[in-house]
Structure formats: structure tokens, C-alpha cells
Ligand binder design. Structure first.
Ligand code: DX5
Ligand code: ZN
Length: 215
């Protein structure tokens, strides 16, 4: 099974994002946390920033939308050129229609689950999505502790996904101490913010995470 490492620029220097992204050439994708201060109590950036980032890096972008009304906003990020657009199950009105619109615009559609959200609704829709994101912290902020009890949810989704082309992503508290457990539970796509951009050499941190996950 392929392993994908996605550094989250939430922990990067917002005044120098092009330079920050250039420091992680070993990454598979770049994780971009869009927050609206409604769905989560934090505010980051939106579509104009994503459009600009696409111009300054060749790495594919995975946009994690922590926003209300993704049905309205998500397809625009796909049209802009994001490789993956992930929205929250809790915020979506019609998750299947939104996933379809993202795919029609050329991106891989993802559905994210907050720690308190059961995986059942997503399990019924696995033929319509390209990624399931299991949040392993409450969304909103980097640097929080990994929630160990999310591993059961990951394992259940891994079993349900079977041989479908659906990436199983974990986001929150992923670092050298936790990535192996998430991998053993069945995750294949790993978001890491503070454990990458908090390091002197972020690309070495990416390579180390990959090594630990592939071991
Ligand atoms: C949190 C974001 C994460 C965040 C993870 O709501 O979705 O992507 O950047 O940060 P770390 O890896 O520091 O927990
Ligand atoms: Zn995220």
C-alpha cells in the first residue's frame, strides 16, 4: 500500500508560504487548511490563497475545508486546480452531490469526520468518494495531542474500503511517535503540521515520517 505524507502549512510561516513549500520537496502533497471561523473557531485563508499557492509549487494540493456550506464552496477549489478537496460530513448538506461536483471539476473528493462523528454515513458512500479523512484531533488548531481512540475508526474504515481507490487519511497529532500506530490501523495518507514545520529541516522530517510508516 502506498504511503503519502502531507505536510500542513498551518504550521508554516504564513508570510513566506512559497519558500516554506519549497522546503518540503519530499512531500507527496501539501495540506492546506481552510477555516472560516464558523465551522471551527479559527480563521485562515481561502480560495485566492490556494490559487496563488498553485502558481508557486508543482506539488499537488489537498485542500481541507473546515467551513460551513461546503456544497457551495468546495467545487471552486477543484476548479482552481487542487488535486484533492476534502469537506466535512458534519457541514455538508448533500455530501454525494458535492463529492460528484468536485470530481466533475477534476479533483479527488474527500469527506472528513470530526472525532465525535461515526463513520457509518461515509461507509455507505465509499463508491462516491476518493478520500476519507479521520480527524485525530478536534479540527481548528495545530499542535494538539493525537487521539488514540480514533484508531478503531480508522481500522473500521480500512475494512470497509477494501480494494476501492479511496485514500484513508489521518490529521492531527501525527509525528514520529504516532504515525506507525495510525499506519497499523490502516491509514495510508498522513497529515503532519507541527512535526514537520516545527523542525529545523522539514524535509528530513518528511523523509523520517515516510520511513517510519513504510517500515
Ligand atoms: C487541524 C488541521 C490540521 C493541522 C494539524 O484542524 O486540520 O491539518 O495542521 O496539525 P498538527 O500536525 O500539528 O496536529
Ligand atoms: Zn487539516
Amino acid at each position: 500500500m502506498a504511503v503519502r505524507i502531507e505536510p500542513s502549512i498551518l504550521s508554516a510561516d504564513f508570510t513566506a508560504l512559497a519558500a516554506e513549500v519549497a522546503r518540503i520537496p519530499s512531500a507527496d502533497l501539501v495540506h492546506v487548511d481552510v477555516m472560516d471561523n464558523h465551522f471551527v473557531p479559527n480563521l485562515t485563508f481561502g480560495l485566492p490563497m490556494v490559487e496563488r499557492l498553485l502558481q508557486v509549487t508543482d506539488l499537488p494540493l489537498d485542500v481541507h475545508l473546515m467551513i460551513d456550506d461546503p456544497d457551495r464552496w468546495a467545487p471552486g477549489f477543484a476548479e482552481a486546480g487542487a488535486a484533492v478537496v476534502t469537506f466535512h460530513a458534519e457541514a455538508a448538506g448533500d455530501a454525494v452531490a458535492t463529492a460528484r461536483a468536485i470530481r466533475a471539476a477534476g479533483a479527488r473528493p474527500g469527506i472528513a469526520l470530526k472525532p465525535g462523528t461515526a463513520p457509518d454515513s461515509v461507509i455507505e458512500r465509499l463508491d462516491q468518494v476518493g478520500q476519507v479523512l479521520v480527524m485525530t484531533v478536534e479540527p481548528g488548531f495545530g499542535g494538539q495531542a493525537f487521539q488514540e481512540d480514533m484508531l478503531d475508526k480508522v481500522a473500521r474504515l480500512r475494512g470497509a474500503i477494501g480494494d476501492r481507490d479511496v485514500w484513508l487519511q489521518v490529521d492531527g497529532g501525527i509525528g514520529p511517535d504516532t504515525i506507525r500506530r495510525a499506519r497499523d490501523a490502516g491509514a495510508d495518507t498522513f497529515v503532519a503540521g507541527s512535526s514537520v514545520f516545527g523542525q529545523e529541516d522539514p524535509d528530513a522530517a518528511v523523509r523520517r515520517l515516510r520511513q517510519l510508516a513504510e517500515r
